[in-house]
Design a protein. Structure first.
Lengths: 431, 288
């Protein structure tokens, strides 16, 4: 009996000792390590990236632009003297997974900031979680959802302009040069709805008529059946598509209209990651595209554009230097590059050291106080104006024409052309 | 465009769509009919066919060669999967569903790693634009319709007239009795699985010049194949053909005349209706 008791006690003691040892050895270890690291160690940026799913082509190039920018930042001494470390996490271009990725980056990886999300439905699903966790969430998404005020004070878009601004800038050019009767083809979700709403609004205000609106589900793979719905008296076909079906879309548009085509104005999203010299795209000759940043190299481009292209690894046709078939998402990925330099500036000016309510307040208020970013190595796409109350950046837009299977810039708008009356004011929201 | 032109376009779209869909769904139906398993990886074989076509026609420069190589390569992959995965679990219906879901993910992710996330085009061997008075149409699409029809007839003849076809039909009716009559049931299973994958791969290969090869393209093919196979009756090849035309033509007509979203709703409703009224599908046999 007593022997049994002794055995039990000793076993229990053994387990307790073991557990204590395990706790002692493991649990405090990383905590202590991380706390110390956060004061002096690298600045850790959570990168929510579309590595898989319909946004995978964008994700791949967002990652390349990010890697190039971080390499440059680290070569020049990092941010606030600290090296930058990217913690990338794939969200599958899936809204539900997006919110989980934000949580994982913030809670598990304990990153300093989260950035890089593109697809608007993922941003809209993820941003509330970032607001609840009170961590700055800096998107590179183009959607109007940031500037509309429907997200929260922790969400910023300082690296890429929004759809409303893009449309506001180019709509007058379209109506003046191409025609007044416009039919819109757009993806049937938030990003496409921004095009629908704001182009329609700007065009009707300036004497244009919208002949038809053709929403296309984002997972559609065959488009021939949509084109009969384009009214015969359409003067301008305005198209914007995203996802893996874009080349099919543009090809089938050409097959359907042939030489009888109306004027065609597309957003380059319809052909991001796609070679303009692909078979079946011959009919695009003489059509027009909006670009944020010209994909094809021009003799006249400034030194910082050359430098940016070289560092990201892009050839004269906007494809990878390692594989000419691997075409970049040139009009979007610069947003990651520019965002990282905005983060750098905000961290250094606010004296941010590690996560915490006071540090984030200083970071956010500093960012909201920014007014402009000069064109240069840090902002190769062009000069920017930042509107703190909207958390949104404004910049120049480009209209290009397809000539000899390349895009040639024929018009560049001023920053003022894209400014609209602000509707939101995030600075009034509590932190 | 007038109503007549609309209808004509709907008919064209519907017929070409139905023929390609029939080819894809036939593979799924064959596998279910002979082996009594639900192959969730069927869409992945369709996708793999498209990807192999891209590789062959880009590296070797011949789309026609790709059209032959793609189904062979994909059938080989399917045979290996049958030997390594399906046979060891004894073709248990439930385990097979889980196993083929696993196979689907493995194939997709391997393609993502090797081939990348891009939607890459393949140039059609014959490309011309048929210019009707009201609209233009891709000549290649018409050719795809013709090739699909020829392949469907060939499959039909193979099943109805050859010894292998006889073995397959015998195995479908009763594997045990077939085995008693010296039908090599194990080998018939492997062949059916390989042939089913091969049919999906041909459809994938034919579609690449229209839609590009992309690692997620199998999902749509899988869903529509399931719709067709359920509608036609699981395991019934005649039912699969009829259902493919019902789905293809109604999709074409509803998409062009009303809206493509409504077409998807109609197709889904049709499946629900058939399942509710006639659970074994239009031509499905009673399963004992």
């Amino acid at each position: 009996m007593s022997q049994d008791g002794a055995a039990t006690i000793s076993r229990r003691r053994f387990l307790q000792a073991g557990a204590t040892a395990a706790l002692g050895a493991h649990l405090p270890g990383p905590w202590v390590g991380r706390a110390a690291a956060q004061a002096e160690g690298p600045l850790r940026l959570g990168f929510q990236v579309h590595r898989t799913g319909i946004g995978a082509v964008y994700g791949r190039w967002y990652e390349r632009a990010t890697t190039a920018a971080v390499k440059l930042i680290n070569e020049k001494g990092g941010i606030g003297g600290r090296p930058v470390e990217i913690v990338a996490e794939d969200d599958g271009t899936d809204p539900k997974r997006g919110a989980e990725v934000v949580e994982k980056l913030a809670v598990q990886h304990k990153v300093d900031f989260i950035f890089g999300t593109l697809f608007s439905h993922v941003v809209i699903a993820s941003a509330p979680r970032a607001g609840e966790l009170k961590i700055p969430y800096i998107v590179v998404s183009e959607g109007y959802h940031v500037a509309s005020g429907r997200l929260n004070r922790y969400v910023f878009q300082p690296g890429i302009t929004d759809v409303r601004a893009q449309v506001t800038a180019v709509a007058p050019w379209i109506l003046k040069n191409l025609g007044k009767k416009v039919t819109l083809i757009f993806p049937d979700y938030a990003f496409g709805h921004d095009h629908r709403d704001f182009f329609s609004r700007v065009a009707t205000a300036q004497g244009g008529t919208i002949r038809a609106l053709l929403p296309i589900p984002p997972t559609e793979t065959s488009f021939t059946k949509y084109f009969p719905r384009v009214p015969a008296d359409t003067e301008v076909l305005y198209h914007v598509m995203v996802g893996p079906g874009v080349l099919t879309f543009v090809k089938e548009m050409g097959e359907h209209f042939g030489a009888r085509r109306p004027q065609i104005f597309g957003f380059i999203d319809s052909l991001e990651g796609v070679d303009l010299a692909s078979a079946g795209l011959e009919f695009l000759e003489g059509t027009y595209f909006w670009e944020a940043f010209p994909r094809y190299a021009a003799a006249t481009m400034p030194q910082h554009v050359r430098f940016y292209r070289e560092r990201v690894g892009v050839n004269a046709n906007g494809a990878s230097v390692n594989d000419p078939r691997d075409v970049s998402t040139f009009s979007h990925m610069f947003g990651c590059w520019e965002t990282l330099f905005v983060i750098k500036r905000a961290v250094e000016q606010s004296g941010y050291k590690k996560p915490g309510a006071a540090a984030y307040r200083a970071f956010i208020e500093t960012l909201e106080g920014f007014q402009s970013f000069p064109e240069g190595t840090e902002h190769p796409q062009g000069p920017k104006r930042f509107v703190g109350r909207l958390h949104q950046v404004f910049g120049q837009q480009v209209v290009s024409k397809v000539e000899k299977r390349r895009l040639t810039v024929i018009h560049r708008t001023a920053i003022e052309d894209s400014m609209y009356a602000p509707e939101a004011d995030y600075t009034k929201q509590p932190l | 465009m007038s109503l007549g032109a609309h209808l004509f376009l709907a008919l064209l779209e519907g017929t070409v769509g139905a023929l390609v869909l029939a080819l894809t769904a036939l593979g799924l139906s064959l596998v279910f009919g002979v082996m009594r398993i639900v192959n969730v990886a069927h869409g992945a074989f369709f996708m793999l066919g498209a990807i192999v076509t891209w590789y062959v026609s880009t590296l070797l420069g011949s789309f026609l060669l790709a059209l032959v190589v793609a189904p062979l390569v994909v059938a080989a992959v399917a045979v290996v999967a049958d030997r390594l995965v399906l046979r060891p679990i004894g073709y248990e219906p439930e385990s097979t569903i889980v196993a083929t879901i696993g196979l689907l993910y493995i194939l997709e992710q391997v393609v993502l790693m090797v081939y990348g996330p891009y939607a890459r085009p393949v140039t059609a061997p014959i490309y011309f634009r048929v210019d009707f008075p009201w609209f233009g149409y891709s000549g290649y699409k018409l050719i795809v319709g013709v090739i699909a029809a020829i392949l469907l007839v060939a499959t039909w003849i193979a099943l109805a007239r050859t010894k292998l076809g006889l073995y397959m039909r015998a195995t479908q009716q009763d594997p045990e009795i077939a085995q008693a009559f010296a039908v090599p049931v194990g080998r018939v299973y492997t062949t059916a699985f390989g042939a089913g994958a091969g049919l999906a791969a041909v459809a994938g290969a034919l579609i690449v010049p229209i839609q590009q090869a992309h690692y997620l393209m199998g999902l749509d093919a899988l869903l529509l194949s399931f719709v067709v196979v359920i509608l036609g009756g699981l395991g019934s090849l005649r039912g699969t053909l009829v259902a493919a035309f019902v789905v293809g033509l109604s999709d074409g007509a509803v998409s062009v005349l009303f809206s493509p979203t409504l077409a998807k709703i109609v197709a889904t409703l049709l499946v629900g209706l058939v399942l509710a009224v006639r659970g074994r599908g239009l031509f499905g046999e009673e399963i004992a």
